[in-house]
Design a protein around this ligand. Structure first.
Ligand code: ATP
Ligand code: MG
Length: 213
């Protein structure tokens, strides 16, 4: 899917072509044919989709404000596929993954992301059904303290994402080896490594350093 940020971007790229602007897209009339470029999704549409995917309101608000170039953010933004992001509490892992998902939504790389709060799931069985309805996932706080039902949901989601070619983001306070040991299934780890780049980030606990708002 082709996306163009602005009319001037297209005018620069196609100086000799006529460009016709519509509400949600541009048509570029080149010598060889017509090319359609979508405009990026609006901020409102991105927020709506994040809310529909159960992303926490607190983070949706936070990512729309001023951002710090944290190590977590740099790591996630530089990766082209999914990410397994580990690091201490408060270094900005969840924030970074949600911001990345918002960018991907904006550019139509994902359409229906789902937030899976592993430490606070409520009904595990509901999530087992939900994974079929969404096209990308953030498994937040995959730590070795999870119960067996949550561990199984993680296993199922990873196999599902692999088989259906869905994008996967995972945050954890533990390093990848600890999680691989916790998940116990070798074929799963191999799939996970194919889908996600493993990054470990350091930094200060932003919850402690941030001034109260
Ligand atoms: N790049 C950033 N710019 C501005 N604020 C940020 C940034 N990253 C994180 N924050 C804020 O810092 C706080 C901690 O971030 P976050 O919850 O993402 O940390 P975490 O690494 O996921 O922690 P935990 O391991 O406890 O889940 C949050 O209030 C978040 O909104
Ligand atoms: Mg987090």
């Amino acid at each position: 899917m082709l996306v163009a940020k602005s009319l001037s971007e297209l005018e620069r790229r196609f100086p000799d072509s006529m460009i016709y602007e519509q509400e949600s897209c541009y048509f570029v009339f080149t010598k060889t044919g017509v090319i359609r470029f979508l405009k990026p999704r609006s901020k409102e549409e991105v927020v709506k989709r994040l809310k529909e995917g159960r992303f926490p309101r607190k983070y949706i608000t936070a990512i729309m404000k001023e951002k710090e170039r944290t190590e977590a953010l740099k790591a996630v933004l530089s990766v082209k596929k999914g990410v397994f992001l580990s690091g201490k509490a408060g270094v900005g892992k969840t924030f970074a993954c949600i911001l990345k998902i918002a960018f991907l939504l904006r550019n139509y790389k994902v359409n229906l992301p789902l937030y899976v709060p592993l430490q606070n799931l409520g009904d595990v069985f509901e999530y087992k059904k939900l994974i079929w309805l969404y096209d990308s996932f953030l498994l937040d706080d995959l730590n070795p303290n999870l119960g067996e039902w949550e561990r199984k949901l993680v296993v199922e989601t990873i196999y599902h994402a692999y088989n259906e070619d869905k994008l996967l983001f995972i945050t954890s306070n533990a390093n990848f080896r600890v999680i691989a040991h916790f998940l116990k299934e070798e074929p799963l780890i191999s799939r996970l490594l194919e889908m996600c780049e493993v990054r470990t980030v350091t930094g200060e606990d932003l919850r402690l350093t941030k001034s109260p708002q």
